[in-house]
Design a protein around this ligand. Structure first.
Ligand SMILES: Cc1cc2nc3c(=O)[nH]c(=O)nc-3n(C[C@H](O)[C@H](O)[C@H](O)COP(=O)(O)O)c2cc1C
Length: 366
């Protein structure tokens, strides 16, 4: 069978869509509502098949090793992302399947082999989302300290992974973070020279890393005009290296027939029923260690952190949501990921109502 080409994330739709954090309980939320996403395997498979049949471009898991405490300990239950992608390869046909990989926790020799495995199992649909990591509680589980120069390690890691894919001979690597002897590995992935690569980050060093190593930056924004500035900054950094790097972002979604109905539900799950103890812990740790958001976001947008880990809210009618996506597309975003309180209950309505309007707006051609 010929590999899927090009990778779905490089397909023809002007504004691409992925599903994010399907592999973790609560998805991106920190809420106590009983319908919150349980991340049961059978339901993950159902949602993956629905997204695949609808022609969405990719499924992107979140990389988590520990929950955020509070009443629900959200995201403590999460599936490992290489094995998640490989398993979904067997039950889907066309959709791109990313693994989200923590550089410090996953050795590059292992990562190269796991990624090649997903690429073969999925017939060329694998993707790599590199996260350099921020959460000291997770690092502690691996006996690791946080390092200042996380992107320095990331670059070395990425160089080793790609060299395994392209080198004809075993090679030694003598770097600051890795000293490796006679490294080799087969098979190479089907995608050449390597599977499509995202970097999840926000800070200037994160963007510089993406400029050197990634095909796309995966990033947050708090207002569409700020997003436009982030994209211009990313382009400058990529241009300086003679590369092109697209920008994907991430949104949490409440899509309902009426605007006030959507807003009322958002208020219910992200304010009235927020898991406040978990939220305080999450926001405190993230503010201290991550740099994934603008400094003001923690003060201004508590609801967004409960609603979707500080991502941008798409809350309202299908028409409202498509209007927001048109602005995001005009600002230069290549697409967005979507997360829901309950993917299985809510994704079908989104697909039924929003995709046709996106086609009318020429955000999608299929
Ligand atoms: C959109 C987005 C998604 C991310 N996803 C994850 C994730 O799944 N797991 C994780 O540990 N960190 C995740 N991160 C955090 C990054 O890996 C990174 O550690 C953090 O953003 C700090 O780097 P920065 O200062 O360059 O933003 C994400 C960050 C962004 C912006």
């Amino acid at each position: 069978m010929n590999p899927i080409y090009p990778h779905p994330i490089r397909g023809p739709n002007p504004f691409k869509l992925g599903v994010f954090a399907l592999n973790a309980d609560g998805g991106l939320t920190l809420t106590r509502v009983p319908e919150r996403w349980p991340a049961l395997w059978s339901e993950i498979v159902e949602v993956a098949r629905i997204a695949d049949a609808a022609g969405l471009e990719f499924i992107l898991p979140i990389a988590r090793w520990k929950g955020f405490g509070g009443e629900m300990n959200s995201r403590e239950w999460s599936f490992e992302t290489f094995t998640f992608a490989a398993a979904l390869a067997g039950v889907t046909q066309r959709i791109g399947l990313f693994a989200t990989v923590h550089v410090p926790m996953v050795h590059p020799v292992f990562a190269a082999k796991a990624l090649a495995t997903v690429d073969h199992a999925s017939n060329g649909r694998a993707g790599l989302n590199i996260v350099c990591g921020w959460n000291p509680e997770e690092f502690g589980m691996f006996g690791l300290d946080m390092i200042e120069d996380r992107y320095g390690q990331g670059l070395e890691w990425f160089e080793i992974v790609t060299r395994i894919f392209t080198s004809r001979e075993p090679f030694d690597h003598d770097g600051r973070y890795y000293k490796l002897r006679a490294v080799s590995g087969k098979p190479a992935p089907l995608q050449k020279p390597r599977p499509v690569t995202l970097n999840a980050g926000f800070s200037p060093p994160g963007r510089d890393f993406a400029a050197k190593a990634a095909d796309f930056l995966f990033t947050t924004f708090n207002a569409i005009e700020r997003g436009r500035e982030h994209i211009a900054d990313m382009s400058r950094r990529a241009d300086a290296r003679g590369r092109a790097v697209g920008v994907f972002t991430t949104c949490h979604v409440v899509c309902r027939p009426g605007q006030s109905e959507a807003e009322a539900y958002y208020e219910r799950y992200a304010v009235a029923m927020a898991d406040n103890a978990g939220l305080d812990h999450y926001m405190g740790q993230k503010q201290k260690f991550s740099g994934s958001h603008e400094a003001d976001d923690y003060r201004l947008h508590r609801k967004r952190f409960a609603g979707g880990a500080g991502t941008y809210p798409l809350v309202g009618t299908p028409e409202h949501i498509v209007g927001e996506m048109e602005k995001m597309h005009a600002a230069g975003f290549a697409g967005t990921t979507l997360s829901f309180v309950n993917f299985k209950d809510e994704l079908p309505y989104f697909l039924e109502k929003v995709l046709p309007l996106m086609r009318e707006a020429r955000l999608r051609i299929r």
